[in-house]
Design a protein. Structure first.
Ligand code: 4AD
Ligand code: MG
Length: 463
């Protein structure tokens, strides 16, 4: 029965010695001589391969010929304690089936290590490498831990729309969704495009954030979170930006900025601790292969109390530190990557920066009494920089409405959002965790393109 066939992970941990087992997977290596062959097979359940030992008196050379690196095989035999070094158990092969061959002349994943850049070009095959097997398993466990964290605390998973008629961040970096013929669109008398004839009867885009609809959920269910894909047409070709990325956005009624920060910090510590516990083998592999500081960094963050510092204080620190930055720090300007790095190093742990100038933040953030700053909070991490952005929300109708006007935002597309401030408004807060930035931090990869199975970036939507 295929559904009950034990996976390699199970065979290596439970070690049911002397039982007959069948494994199915992809050949990593084959070596040996006239008398005996050793086939290392991986089925994706673990980073470890299982070794099949083939007594060549029972098999013809012809039968083993298609068993090459990359081929998909099924091997049946008795599980025994290994005589050799490097593995505790192995299979004495009795039957070998080849489900799919992989021509050694053209199969791109030969044994030698490939660069991560090269592997990006063969993203259809890179999940079969040790590195991407590890990254994808860790990604799964992180996603699961996120759902677990919220479920355990009474949050409801809310599915917010992918197609929207509003720009949640007001940054105008959206992908248009249309069924109009772009070569010959219907026009209004003044020559502009007549979106009334479009599929939804109006202009629509892919969402940049589920927050605004998330707030509607929180103002009814109390505690909600979203976990979905978001899309940004920002032309930033950096190791931290994707055009399609996944975001986790909790929204909490009656939470102020401090409750918001406590929740974000607890979430990050929970998921990192979970990965340290559940992904030991994969993390050890990545630690040894790419970054000897990885495990130390994860343990440090899981066990530290994040620093909390206002934007104003942060700018003071930057101005007085004596370091020469490429961008001179100045109150009112956005913090640059180099500034964020300095602050994280300065405190030696994650830092939550609060109370940013209102002019560099989105319209929905709660305005402070000083008239200059908003109750924003960004969490800066070692290694990846900004991992979370959030705020307490402006719950006062007039203040929110005036801010929308002031910032020149199309208020008609937000009537429903504004209306919640008229009907039973309350203090509430939320934040957005960039899932790939989290995966980047936990895996120690250096480019966010290696933290998602099939990255979308400017000029790149292959696979
Ligand atoms: O700071 P951002 O833009 O905040 C929002 O979208 C809010 N609506 C969140 C909220 O309060 N509910 O994005 C949140 C996080 C960032 O801190 C970063 O981790 C990630 O999303 N992020 C990206 N990740 C990959 N590629 C991009 N282009 C990203 N832009 C933001
Ligand atoms: Mg941000």
């Amino acid at each position: 029965m295929e559904t009950s066939r034990p996976k390699i992970k199970q065979l290596l941990t439970e070690q049911p010695i002397d039982t007959e087992v069948t494994i199915k997977g992809w050949v990593r290596t084959k070596r040996g001589n006239k008398n005996v062959a050793f086939i290392a097979v991986n089925d994706g359940s673990t980073i470890h391969n299982i070794q099949a030992v083939v007594d060549m008196t029972n098999f013809s050379e012809e039968a083993l010929k298609p068993v090459t690196t990359g081929a998909c095989v099924g091997i049946t035999g008795k599980l025994v304690r290994s005589q050799g070094q490097g593995q505790s158990v192995e299979i004495l092969a009795e039957k070998i089936e080849v489900f799919g061959t992989a021509d050694p002349e053209t199969y791109p994943l030969q044994k030698k290590g490939h660069t991560l850049e090269f592997l990006r070009e063969i993203a259809h095959l890179r999940p079969r490498t040790n590195t991407f097997g590890a990254v994808l398993r860790i990604r799964h466990h992180l996603a699961f831990a996120i759902h677990q964290f919220f479920n355990d605390r009474g949050f409801f998973y809310l599915h917010t729309p992918i197609i929207t008629g509003s720009d949640a961040e007001g940054a105008g970096e959206m992908f248009r969704v249309t069924t109009l013929n772009i070569e010959n669109p219907p026009k209004n008398p003044d020559g502009s495009i007549n979106y009334a004839e479009d599929f939804f009867g109006k202009e629509t885009n892919l969402t940049v954030s589920g927050q605004l609809e998330g707030e509607l959920g929180a103002l009814a269910l109390g505690l909600i979170y979203t976990f979905g894909p978001t899309f940004r047409a920002e032309n930033s070709n950096t190791p931290r930006h994707l055009a399609e990325f996944w975001m986790i956005e909790p929204e909490m009624a009656f939470y102020d900025i401090n409750d918001n920060m406590d929740t974000a910090e607890a979430l990050l510590k929970h998921v990192i601790s979970y990965a340290l516990e559940k992904c030991k083998d994969d993390l050890e592999f990545l630690n040894n292969m790419y970054d000897k500081e990885l495990l130390n960094r994860l343990n440090l963050v899981a066990n530290s109390n994040f620093e909390r510092c206002t934007y104003t204080k942060a700018v003071e620190i930057l101005e007085n530190c004596g370091k020469k930055f490429e961008f001179k720090p100045a109150w009112g300007a956005d913090l640059q990557k180099e500034h964020e790095n300095y602050l994280v190093e300065h405190f030696g742990k994650p830092v939550i920066i609060t109370d940013y100038p209102k002019d560099i933040k989105a319209f929905y953030m709660k305005q402070n009494d000083d008239g200059k700053t908003v109750r924003a909070m960004d969490i800066l991490f070692p290694y990846v920089g900004e991992i979370i952005g959030g705020s307490q929300r402006e719950e006062n109708y007039d203040k929110l409405y005036n801010r929308v006007k002031e910032m020149g935002i199309h208020e008609e597309s937000l009537w429903w959002y504004l209306e919640t401030r008229k009907f039973g408004t309350c203090v509430h807060s939320g934040f957005g965790l960039g899932f790939e930035r989290l995966v980047l931090f936990v895996t120690g990869m250096t480019n966010v393109r290696d933290a998602i199975p099939f990255p979308r970036t400017p000029k790149n939507a292959e696979f």
